[in-house]
Design a protein around this ligand. Structure first.
Ligand SMILES: NC(=O)C1=CN([C@@H]2O[C@H](COP(=O)(O)OP(=O)(O)OC[C@H]3O[C@@H](n4cnc5c(N)ncnc54)[C@H](O)[C@@H]3O)[C@@H](O)[C@H]2O)C=CC1
Ligand SMILES: O=C(CO)COP(=O)(O)O
Length: 323
């Protein structure tokens, strides 16, 4: 499929007019689609927007803390099952440990749900710098429809059949990005950063396997790709949290001045719940958690990671096949 087909223009409602919702609205509008960007401060109530707009695609770029409330609000309005939901949120719900797409799918069991996630720092996309992303769904037609809506010469969109894996890549890397910010804030060097990001990816795969993701997905754009972008850019709010903590700021002080949402802070807490329930080792996440809770200093967190028991690099390495 190419994105040079005759335009099949859609009506798109984007929920959440933060940095990411606004950038995505611009991408769809540039392609000629009819876009309504809704936020809770909109002069029109949500039900009026859904009624008047007759949206074929409803995309949520709401931060994690608001997803369930907004999904409940949308549920109050009758929608035919052809309407496609797209979720672009990168987070996990506390206690239920649901991903955003699981919340949308539970609220709308008869509708296709598509996850949109990738290395997509919104400021770069708003400047029309080139980027790529992934749209993932169990419903291939729905994923391809969303692919066409957003694809352009500036935004390359791939499909993927593993929505949980794509969603978790974007969510789990936020915690590693906080650690990467600490690493840079402490000026630990390139070797340390490479080790941290690589072991971070191992940790993401380990959690993903427990939560039903396909391992291969973590080596694609929505996993490794987003990990590299977020761990290497001061544009990332999660990276900024770590960087500023390493420079002696308090979490409260950092969060008060942060432009927008750093989902990694809450995701880290949810991951600790999952690790305790499932008995899996997530040492980097654990140190980020202790740092966020004020239980360790950045330097002590580093020492605790470096002085863990020595072990093989991989848990189940098939040595006989290698030698
Ligand atoms: N900014 C970025 O570069 C990217 C962000 N994301 C993800 O997209 C999500 C949103 O991020 P941003 O737009 O940057 O955050 P933001 O903080 O700029 O915007 C969040 C939006 O959610 C809305 N919201 C929160 N709770 C709500 C509620 N209860 N009811 C109605 N609206 C509510 C806010 O009003 C705001 O419009 C996050 O999960 C983030 O991880 C994903 C890719 C890129
Ligand atoms: O997810 C993002 C880039 O893909 C945005 O990262 P931050 O939320 O850390 O700014």
């Amino acid at each position: 499929m190419t994105n040079h087909q005759l335009p099949n223009l859609k009506s798109v409602v984007i929920l959440g007019a933060g940095a990411w919702g606004t950038a995505l609205a611009k991408l769809a509008a540039i392609n000629g689609h009819q876009v309504h960007l809704w936020s809770r401060s909109d002069f029109q109530p949500l039900e009026k927007v859904l009624e008047h707009q007759n949206a074929q695609i409803i995309l949520s770029a709401i931060s994690m803390k608001g997803v369930r409330d907004v999904a409940s609000m949308v549920q109050c309005w009758p929608l035919s099952p052809q309407r496609i939901f797209v979720t672009a949120t990168k987070g996990l719900e506390p206690h239920t440990t649901y991903t955003p797409s699981q919340i949308w799918q539970a609220a709308f069991p008869d509708h296709p749900v598509v996850v949109l996630s990738g290395p997509n720092l919104s400021q770069e996309i708003a400047q029309e710098l080139p980027a790529a992303t992934v749209v993932a769904s169990k419903n291939t037609n729905a994923a391809q429809t969303v692919q066409l809506v957003f694809s352009s010469s500036r935004f390359r969109v791939y499909t993927n059949p593993d929505p949980v894996g794509v969603e978790l890549g974007g969510t789990l890397k936020n915690v590693i990005a906080i650690a990467a910010g600490v690493c840079d804030g402490l000026h630990l060097g390139t070797n340390a950063k490479a080790a941290l990001v690589t072991r971070g990816l191992t940790e993401m795969v380990r959690i993903g396997q427990i939560l039903g993701a396909k391992t291969e997905t973590f080596y694609g754009l929505s996993g490794l790709g987003d990990l590299l972008a977020t761990c290497n850019s001061p544009l990332s709010r999660n990276y900024q949290v770590g960087y500023q903590l390493a420079n002696g700021k308090t979490l409260q002080g950092v969060m008060a001045n942060l432009p927008g949402t750093a989902e990694g802070v809450n995701t880290c807490r949810v991951l600790m719940e999952i690790a305790q329930q499932q008995g899996i080792a997530i040492p980097i996440t654990e140190q980020v958690y202790q740092l966020l809770e004020g239980e360790v200093t950045p330097r002590l967190a580093l020492d605790k990671l470096m002085l863990r028991d020595i072990k093989p690099e991989f848990d189940n390495f098939p040595t006989e096949q290698i030698w």
